[in-house]
Structure formats: C-alpha cells, structure tokens
Design a protein around this ligand. Structure first.
Ligand code: KG4
Ligand code: ZN
Length: 336
C-alpha cells in the first residue's frame, strides 16, 4: 500500500511516499529556514504563505522521486495537529482535495505520534517501549504500547526543551534554528564551565516531569553577570554548559522511568533527538536498546506521517472531508 504523507505543521514543507508503513520511496523536505532566519524564529504568517506556494511543487517532486504517478497512491495522510494552524491548514486542505481528486481515502494524523513512529521506518521495534519525544513545542516521556496507544508519564511543566534551546540561542544571537546552533557551538566549549541549575521536581505527580524555564533564565542571566561581549570562547562555554544541563535534566527523569518500568528499549523522536550530546550520552547505556531516527527523520518530515498514516488506513480509519487542523496535541492518556 502506497501512502502519500504531507507535513506542513511549521517551517518545513514535506511530502513523502512510503510503502506499507516502512519503505521510503521519497521524502522531500523543503525547509523555510532561510526565510525566517532574519527574524530569529518562525513567523507564522510567512510560513503559511510559503506553504501555499511550495506544496504543489513538493508533491510533484515527491511523486517523481518515488517514480510513481498520483493514481498509484492508495491513501493520503496529513499532519493535522499540533502546530501552526495557518500552516497545518495548507497541508490539510491540499490533502483533502488531492485524495478527493484521485478517489482515495485520507486520514489526519497527530504529528507528535508521527515523530515517535519515525524510527519504525528504519528499525524493527517491538512494543512496548519508552518514548522520548523532544521537539520545539513538546517534551514527553511516555510508554508507547502501539503506534496509537501512548501513555504519558512525564512532560515539561513549562518550556519545551527545544524552545529553551531556541530562546537561549536567540538571546545570545547564536544563530537559527537555535538547537542546531547551540549543538555546533558547544563542540568548541567547555561543558563544565558553568554550573547551571537542575530543577527539583521529585514529588507526587512530578516524578517524571521536567522543567526548562529555570535553566533558560539562569543561562540568559549569565549575560549580565559574566558574559564579555565579543568573547567567542565564553559564548561557546555558555552554550556547552547549557546544552549539557538541558540534556542531563531529561536523562535523569528518563533513567528513573526506565528503573521503575523495567522497559529497556528507548525510542527518541522530534527535532531535539538530533542533538549530538543527547545521542552520545544516551547511547553510552549499553544495557539499553536506544534507537534514534536518522537526522533527516528527526526533523518534521512527510515520511513519518505516511508511515503512521498507513497503520490507520490499513485498520480502516479514515477521515471525512470536514476535519480541520488544530494547534493542540490530541489527548494522550496521562497516568495519574
Ligand atoms: O520536531 P521539530 O522539527 O519541530 C517541532 O515539532 O517543534 O523540532 C524543532 C526543534 C527546534 O526547537 C530546534 O531548535 C530543535 O528542534 N533542534 C535541536 C537540534 N536540531 C533541531 N535541538 C538541539 N540540538 C539539535 N541538534
Ligand atoms: Zn515536529
């Protein structure tokens, strides 16, 4: 079964063709990064306008690279949540008309669930496993029981991890996207130069939760105390120390969850799963099976949408033409 997957939730316009939820025939990712760089962040209105211009050529390129015609497609999947509503709507409306025109079913999928599915495109993975979803808008520690059955045990209580990377990078003018810039600059810095704070969230329902606003503010406040304008080494030290703390906050909670559940497989997903410190540090745990998507599948992409969409369509789930987009994640079960 060939599924066309469309992802337009933020600043990537991506369309893929995936066979049987596993074999990627094409995965075109047109990024708008250069168009948002001068604003140091994604401008929603610009993002949605660019999606309207790019969606058709990106679909055409995806079909060409897969060496198929639109009639070969068996179903269409589109990310319809969470994300920037204007951007999501472009993908959703395109998907509806495309599916209608070729008389095939279509389904809207949650792009957070799709991020967790990304590794299944490259690996055989048995359920259940611990899911580590780390992106610009979400930080979720969960038990994944099937592609669609996710029990959330921990989240951030304030900023998402990617958001903290982006805000620190913006404040120090390190580059855009912030996570990529900090990751790169950190290689030249001393990660032990600054001892940034770790939140204390041990009690009750917060056992597996994380928090990033304290770390973000502490890092930003270094500028007033220690930062010397123009001192590149100092910038790299701040970036490396921030990155180390951001990842250790996450891993501390992940390791408690592993200890408590006894589940030894960890599957990461989302833009921050590309972080080199996270990938290296977590991979040191030889007692665990740790799976990261390849870098191209960490970022927003159509292949993960087509991949998870296949499972819904195969199970007979499809949406009617009146579904719409939503900025929010669909409800996850949260353990009390
Ligand atoms: O999943 P994604 O592409 O979009 C969302 O769904 O949010 O994630 C984007 C986030 C941004 O915050 C970006 O700065 C971060 O992922 N990111 C990284 C790295 N590459 C992207 N964060 C840390 N290290 C990286 N190498
Ligand atoms: Zn994403």
């Amino acid at each position: 079964m060939l599924v066309l997957g469309i992802e337009s939730s933020c600043d990537e316009c991506s369309v893929a063709v995936v066979e049987d939820g596993r074999r990627i025939l094409s995965n075109v990712i047109a990024t708008q990064i250069d168009l948002h760089r001068k604003y140091n962040g994604v401008v929603p209105e610009i993002a949605s306008r660019i999606h309207t211009e790019w969606i058709l050529p990106v679909v055409k390129q995806s079909l060409e690279e897969a060496k198929i015609t639109k009639e070969d497609i068996d179903g269409v999947a589109v990310a319809n949540r969470p994300g920037l509503v204007g951007s999501l709507l472009v993908g959703v409306n395109f998907a509806k008309s495309f599916a209608y025109s070729i008389d095939r079913p279509f389904v809207g999928v949650d792009h957070i669930r799709a991020h967790l599915y990304a590794s299944h495109l490259e690996n055989d993975i048995e359920y259940p496993y611990i899911g580590l979803l780390v992106s610009g808008g979400h930080t979720i520690l969960c038990i994944v029981k099937s592609f669609d059955d996710i029990e959330v045990l921990g989240t951030t209580i304030d900023d998402a991890i990617g958001e903290a990377f982006d805000k620190v990078a913006k404040f120090y003018d390190l580059g855009y996207p912030g996570g990529v810039a900090i990751d790169k600059l950190s290689r030249e810095g001393n990660c032990n130069a600054y001892n940034f704070p770790t939140p204390v969230l041990n009690k009750g329902n917060h056992k597996y939760d994380v928090s990033y606003s304290g770390l973000k503010n502490a890092t930003i406040n270094q500028r007033h105390q220690f930062f010397v304008e123009g001192d590149i080494d100092n910038k790299a030290d701040i970036a490396a120390s921030f990155q180390k703390r951001a990842i250790t906050i996450l891993l501390k909670k992940l390791y408690i969850l592993i200890e408590d559940t006894g589940i030894k497989t960890v599957v990461a997903g989302g833009g921050v799963a590309a972080n080199s410190y996270l990938r290296e540090d977590l991979s040191k745990r030889e007692d665990l099976r740790v799976i990261f998507p390849s870098l191209r599948l960490c970022t927003d992409n159509g292949a993960m949408v087509a991949g998870i969409g296949y499972h819904y369509l195969k199970g007979g789930k499809c949406d009617s033409l009146d579904i719409t987009a939503s900025p929010r994640v669909s409800s996850f079960k949260r353990k009390a």
